[in-house]
Write a protein that binds this ligand. Structure first.
Ligand SMILES: [Zn+2]
Length: 338
């Protein structure tokens, strides 16, 4: 049968043609879409403290209507082949590629000897499967763009339809991260109004910088530290604006968004990188798809679980040859109120 005949029959019996990236159900995923919110350097106990004390009302509501998993770890398997520094470079590489240092090769924030081309960004994999997919990445830690997104291009071809890479001013020594996070929020809100993303990654950096005492001299990575909790509160408010923009989309009711939020590592004192529980224990919040009802998930998993969980939601097949470390996050068997 020739193509015009197929097309005519498709029209006649109402088979949906392949969409590019329209709103509502008009994408290649039947309306399914994904938003990943990354909050750098956010300790699990500090986030829980903030959520339970009214300092992170957005994320608390997000988890109470979705699911929270507090058993997630950074740093790979302790003492095993996958162990890696609890630093941003290895951490975000794992979250975005689904593998640990023994595969992606990123052992520090210098990204020396990385093998990202071999183990690319999950959005590259989405684009491979669905060439019309619309993926976007908005970050203010430029390394994510330079060392994870760019080396993920196949034959130099861009797979991101929107790239926002804000660059901190070195002279400000990290103190400009709060304003850069506001700018990321603004660009994300505009994008959700004007475009029709299938997968979106939004990164906020100020929680980590506050832990490093960059934005506040009293800052440190601690659930008992007011400046650190204050940074979580500010990012919570930015997340509120992003979620409001998402829910204000004209065809939101027809769209099936899975929203994930996670971090790359915790911290202790004013640093991180080693393997203490304070640095390794992290968290994953999931809202949408089957992740509803306020359940607390107890699946012990690395943050390498993000790409497979995204693919499961979008209905995309996972090739074992990619070496992804985790199976997709399991939804709650029965919702357990938080
Ligand atoms: Zn980090």
């Amino acid at each position: 049968m020739n193509f015009p005949a197929v097309f005519a029959i498709s029209l006649f019996i109402g088979i949906a043609p392949t969409y590019a990236h329209g709103p509502g159900k008009q994408n290649d995923f039947g309306g399914k879409r994904v938003l990943l919110i990354g909050i750098d350097g956010c300790r699990a106990d500090a986030l829980r403290t903030a959520m339970d004390s009214g300092k992170a009302p957005t994320l608390r509501k997000f988890a109470s209507e979705g699911c929270a998993d507090w058993s997630v770890f950074a740093g790979g398997e302790l003492g095993g082949a996958t162990e890696q520094a609890t630093s941003s470079g290895p951490g975000w590489s794992t979250i975005l590629t689904g593998v640990w240092r023994n595969k992606h090769g990123v052992s520090s924030n210098k990204f020396e000897h990385h093998r990202i081309a071999e183990f690319p960004h999950f959005m590259r994999r989405i684009k491979d499967a669905k060439p019309a997919a619309w993926c976007g990445s908005l970050v203010n830690w430029p390394e994510i763009q330079h060392f994870i997104a760019e080396p993920s291009r196949k034959d130099g071809r861009e797979f991101l339809s929107e790239k926002v890479m804000l660059v901190p001013d070195p002279a400000k020594k990290g103190r400009d991260w709060p304003e850069l996070d506001i700018a990321i929020r603004d660009r994300t809100v505009a994008l959700l109004r004007e475009k029709n993303p299938d997968a979106l990654f939004v990164y906020f950096g100020q929680v980590d910088e506050t832990g490093h005492a960059a934005t506040d001299p009293a800052g440190m990575f601690s659930a008992a530290n007011a400046p650190y909790l204050g940074a979580i509160t500010r990012v919570d408010a930015l997340a509120a604006d992003v979620l409001a923009a998402l829910r204000a989309r004209p065809h939101f009711a027809e769209e099936d968004w899975l929203i994930l939020a996670t971090t790359d590592h915790g911290g202790t004192g004013t640093s991180h990188g080693k393997q203490s529980p304070e640095e390794r224990n992290i968290w994953l919040l999931a809202n949408g798809g089957p992740f509803r009802g306020g359940a607390v998930l107890t699946q012990k998993c690395g943050h390498a679980i993000v790409p497979p969980t995204v693919f499961q939601h979008l209905g995309l097949a996972i090739d074992p040859a990619w070496g992804w470390e985790e199976k997709p996050l399991l939804p709650p068997a029965a919702a357990t109120p938080r």
